[in-house]
Write a protein that binds this ligand. Structure first.
Ligand SMILES: Cc1cc2nc3c(=O)[nH]c(=O)nc-3n(C[C@H](O)[C@H](O)[C@H](O)COP(=O)(O)OP(=O)(O)OC[C@H]3O[C@@H](n4cnc5c(N)ncnc54)[C@H](O)[C@@H]3O)c2cc1C
Length: 440
C-alpha cells in the first residue's frame, strides 16, 4: 500500500461509510480506517435514521431488510409526571410507502451492513484492488506538511492521500489536532446517552405496539423520567427488541452528581414505561457521548488545506424535541465531503480554495439550513422549565380534563389555569409559548 490515495477517511461510522460509498461509486482510490473490529462495533445509537438519503446511496435498500429493523409509521411524544403521561400520538399509513420517512437501526448491524455495501461498490469500481476498508486500526495522528494535511499515522504505519476526511464522531481528537477545534466541546454542549436493548418474543412485541409487518414506533419522553436532569427519554421498536434510553445533559449530571444508569432505572419504573417493557429481558446496555446540537459548539471551520470534517466530529446534529438527527446529518455531510474530494481531484487542487466548496455544499443542504433555522428550538429545549415545569402542567391538566366526576365540571380554561398555577406561572409559559412558536 505505498501508493498515495485520493482520500483517507478516518472513522467507519455513518459519515465515513457514506463518504466511502460515494467515492467508490465515483472510481476514487481511498482508504477508510476504523478503530473498531468492524464498522458499528463501537457505535451506539438510540436508533432512528430519519429521511430517505439512504435510498440514494443504496437504492431499494428495504428489499434486503438486513440493515434496518423497522420503518417508522407511528410517532409519539410523551410528557410525564410521577404517575401519569400525556402523549401526542401520530400514526399514518402514508408512512408505509417507500422510501420510508425513518427507519430504526441497530448500529452494530447497520454500520456493518453499510460497510458491506462499500465493499460491493469497491468491487464494481475501476479500482477494485486499490481502495480498502481497514478495521481494527486506530488513527493516532493526521500528518501535516507546510500546514496541509497529507496523510495519517497509525502506530508506526504512515499512509498518504491528497485529502483526508475526518469522520471520527463526537470525540474530536483529530479535529483538534489539525487545528479546526480549539478544545474539547464544553460540557454544556454535550450529553450522555445511555441505552438498553430489551428482548421480547416478536409476537408479544408486535401485539403490544400494534406493529404490522416491518412497521415500527418511535416514542420520545420529556419530564419526570429524567429525575430533574436536563434531557429526555426514547423508546424505539426493533424487530424483536426495544431500544430504551435517555439522553442527559453532561453539565447537569456532573453538577448534581447523578449516575445515568440510576436515572435510566427510575425511568423504566414509570408506570407508562414499565407497561411497555414488561416481560422483556435486557440483553445489552451501552453509553456514549452525544452532541446537544448547539451550533455554538461547531468547529470554527470544517475544512482546511487537505482536510474536511464530517458528521458529529463537526458537531452536526439537531435535537429540537421532534427527533434526534445525527445519523442523517452524518450521512449527508459524508456524501458532500466525498463530492468535494471528487471536485478537488478534477481540479487537481486539494487546498482550502477548493475544499471550501464543502462548506458551501453543506450551507446549501438541509443540514446547516435546519441547524440554523431551528437553533432557538434546540436552545429552548434545554431550558430547565421544559423538563421541570411543562410536562407537569400538561399531566396535571390531563388528570383534570380526563376525570369524569359526579359534580359540576369546570371549564377547560379554568382547569388549565389551575395546572399552570400549580406547576409554573402564566408568565413563564407565555414566554415559552412565544419563543416556541417563533423557534418552530
Ligand atoms: C444514546 C444515543 C441515541 C441517539 N439516537 C439517535 C437517533 O435516534 N437518531 C439519530 O439520527 N442520531 C442519534 N444519535 C446520534 C448519532 O448516533 C450520531 O450523531 C451519529 O452516529 C454520528 O455519526 P458519525 O459517523 O459522525 O460518528 P460515529 O457514528 O460516532 O462514528 C465514528 C466512527 O469513527 C471511529 N473512530 C473514531 N476515532 C477514530 C480513530 N482515531 N481512528 C479510527 N477510527 C476512529 C469510531 O470507532 C466510529 O466507528 C444518538 C446518539 C446516542 C449516543
Amino acid at each position: 500500500m505505498d501508493e498515495k490515495f485520493d482520500c483517507i477517511i478516518v472513522g467507519g461510522g455513518i459519515a465515513g461509510l457514506s463518504a466511502a460509498l460515494t467515492l467508490a461509486k465515483n472510481d476514487m482510490k481511498f482508504l477508510l480506517i476504523e478503530r473498531g473490529e468492524y464498522s458499528g462495533a463501537k457505535n451506539v445509537s438510540g436508533g432512528v435514521l430519519w429521511g430517505s438519503k439512504l435510498s440514494e446511496l443504496v437504492p431499494n435498500y428495504w428489499e434486503e431488510a438486513e440493515g434496518f429493523e423497522r420503518f417508522i409509521n407511528h410517532r409519539r411524544l410523551t410528557f410525564m409526571d410521577q404517575d401519569s403521561s400525556f402523549s401526542i400520538d401520530f400514526k399514518s399509513e402514508s408512512f408505509n410507502e417507500t422510501p420510508y420517512k425513518g427507519i430504526v437501526v441497530l448500529r452494530a448491524k447497520f454500520d456493518n451492513w453499510l460497510s458491506g455495501k462499500v465493499d460491493e461498490a469497491i468491487a464494481e469500481s475501476k479500482y477494485p484492488d486499490e481502495s480498502f476498508i481497514a478495521p481494527n486500526i486506530l488513527v493516532e495522528e493526521v500528518l501535516m506538511e507546510n500546514g496541509a494535511a497529507v496523510g495519517i499515522r497509525a502506530g508506526e504505519e504512515k499512509f498518504y492521500a491528497d485529502t483526508i476526511i475526518i469522520a471520527e464522531g463526537v470525540n474530536n481528537l483529530l479535529t483538534r489536532q489539525v487545528g479546526l477545534q480549539d478544545s474539547y466541546v464544553p460540557a454544556d454542549y454535550v450529553a450522555t446517552g445511555v441505552k438498553e436493548i430489551i428482548r421480547f418474543d416478536q409476537k408479544v412485541l408486535e401485539d403490544r405496539f400494534q406493529l404490522d409487518g416491518l412497521s415500527g414506533m418511535s416514542n420520545e419522553f420529556i419530564g419526570w423520567g429524567t429525575q430533574g436532569e436536563e434531557g429526555g427519554g426514547f423508546l424505539y421498536t426493533n424487530k424483536d427488541t426495544l431500544s430504551v434510553g435517555l439522553v442527559l445533559g453532561m453539565k447537569d449530571l456532573r453538577e448534581k452528581g447523578k449516575k445515568p444508569y440510576d436515572i435510566l432505572n427510575e425511568f423504566k419504573q414509570h408506570p407508562t414505561v414499565r407497561d411497555m417493557i414488561k416481560g422483556g429481558e435486557v440483553v445489552e446496555y451501552s453509553g456514549h457521548v452525544v452532541s446537544t446540537g448547539d451550533i455554538r459548539a461547531m468547529p470554527k471551520e470544517i475544512y482546511a488545506d487537505g482536510v474536511m470534517i464530517a458528521g458529529e466530529a463537526a458537531n452536526l446534529l439537531m435535537n429540537s424535541g421532534k427527533a434526534i438527527q445525527g445519523m442523517d446529518y452524518a450521512m449527508e455531510s459524508g456524501v458532500l465531503a466525498a463530492e468535494t474530494v471528487i471536485e478537488a481531484k478534477e481540479k487537481k487542487d486539494f487546498s482550502k480554495n477548493t475544499l471550501k466548496a464543502y462548506r458551501h455544499r453543506l450551507e446549501d443542504s438541509y443540514v446547516l439550513k435546519d441547524m440554523k433555522n431551528f437553533q432557538n428550538a434546540v436552545q429552548l429545549l434545554h431550558k430547565p422549565e421544559m423538563h421541570e415545569q411543562v410536562p407537569y402542567v400538561v399531566c396535571d391538566f390531563g388528570k383534570q380534563f380526563f376525570s369524569v366526576k359526579n359534580e359540576p365540571t369546570p371549564k377547560t380554561t379554568k382547569m388549565l389555569l389551575k395546572s399552570v398555577k400549580k406547576h409554573s406561572s402564566l408568565w413563564t409559559l407565555l414566554k415559552i409559548g412565544i419563543k416556541g412558536a417563533r423557534a418552530l
